[in-house]
Ligand binder design. Structure first.
Ligand SMILES: Nc1ncnc2c1ncn2[C@@H]1O[C@H](COP(=O)(O)OP(=O)(O)OP(=O)(O)O)[C@@H](O)[C@H]1O
Length: 254
């Protein structure tokens, strides 16, 4: 959790989103410190995706603010929030299926470098190749670099999506159900790649995930949404022991 002296990597301040009079996200306040890993949980329909949409800018909050690294981005479009260090994966894939893994990553790095360097100097091919290689290793896909992305199983495709996100040099990553569709035997390797996203990098992660074993393994803190409101946000142990959380989810899968 950020202290008074650190600027939160992501700060959600009193964010609400209503459809008509119905609150879908209800006055949520949540801070993510640099390097912190927070899991966002809650039953189907609790408002997790809607909160992600407010943070990434796909939706404008009815009230409240979103700050990235201390900058108020509430009025900014999604691509402008990316410039403030925000990256988001989607449950649907953004991968070019007919290109290889290496080509997909190199293209993403080139897109980022080309954009960032415009008007000054463009990155050389060698810079791009070196950064693409670094990312390949970080997501542990180096042995599969020449495989066609469209032929990958869910677990590897998910790693590639994370690689494409890393090409954008994000400071805050929003991961939306990264384990969805991934076969059980591929889960541990993907968990290790995701764990590596925050380790030693100062990068922060906010992850929606239904697999509680994955949540408890990865998260520094767990935020619980219930009917759009934040019911609890604490260490995994404290949240699991919280009687309000237990009561709210009695008989429901978290
Ligand atoms: N554009 C929309 N129009 C009407 N209702 C919406 C819209 N988007 C979300 N909702 C409603 O808001 C509530 C929260 O939806 P949301 O998808 O954010 O929940 P969630 O916690 O992500 O659920 P899940 O775990 O199933 O993905 C649901 O009742 C949903 O039907």
């Amino acid at each position: 959790m950020p202290t008074a002296t650190t600027v939160a990597a992501l700060a959600v301040r009193g964010a609400s989103w209503r459809i008509g009079a119905v609150p879908i996200v209800d006055d949520v306040t949540l801070d993510l410190g640099p390097g912190e890993f927070v899991a966002l949980i809650g039953p189907n329909g609790a408002g997790k995706t809607s909160l992600f949409n407010l943070i990434s800018g796909l939706r404008r909050p009815s009230a409240g603010r979103i700050l990235l690294g201390g900058h108020d981005v509430t009025a900014l479009a999604p691509h402008l929030r990316a410039r403030h260090g925000l990256g988001r994966t989607f449950q649907t894939s953004a991968v070019f299926g007919s290109l290889t893994i290496a080509e997909n990553i190199a293209l993403a790095v080139q897109a980022r470098r080309g954009g960032a360097m415009r008007g000054w100097r463009r990155s050389t091919d060698r810079d791009i190749a070196a950064r693409a290689e670094e990312i390949l290793q970080r997501v542990r896909l180096e042995r599969h670099a020449t495989r066609i992305a469209g032929s990958l199983a869910h677990g590897e495709k998910r790693k590639l999506e994370i690689a494409l996100l890393l090409a954008g040099e994000p400071r805050v990553l929003l991961l939306d159900e990264p384990m969805a569709g991934v076969s059980l035997e591929d889960v541990p390797a993907l968990v290790e790649v995701i764990r590596g996203l925050t380790a030693g990098s100062g990068r922060s992660v906010l992850m929606v995930e239904h697999h509680m074993d994955v949540v408890l393994d990865l998260a520094d803190r767990v935020a619980v949404l219930h009917h759009g409101a934040l019911l609890a946000c604490d260490t995994p142990e404290a949240v699991m022991a919280d009687p309000f959380v237990q009561q709210a989810y009695l008989g429901e899968q978290l």
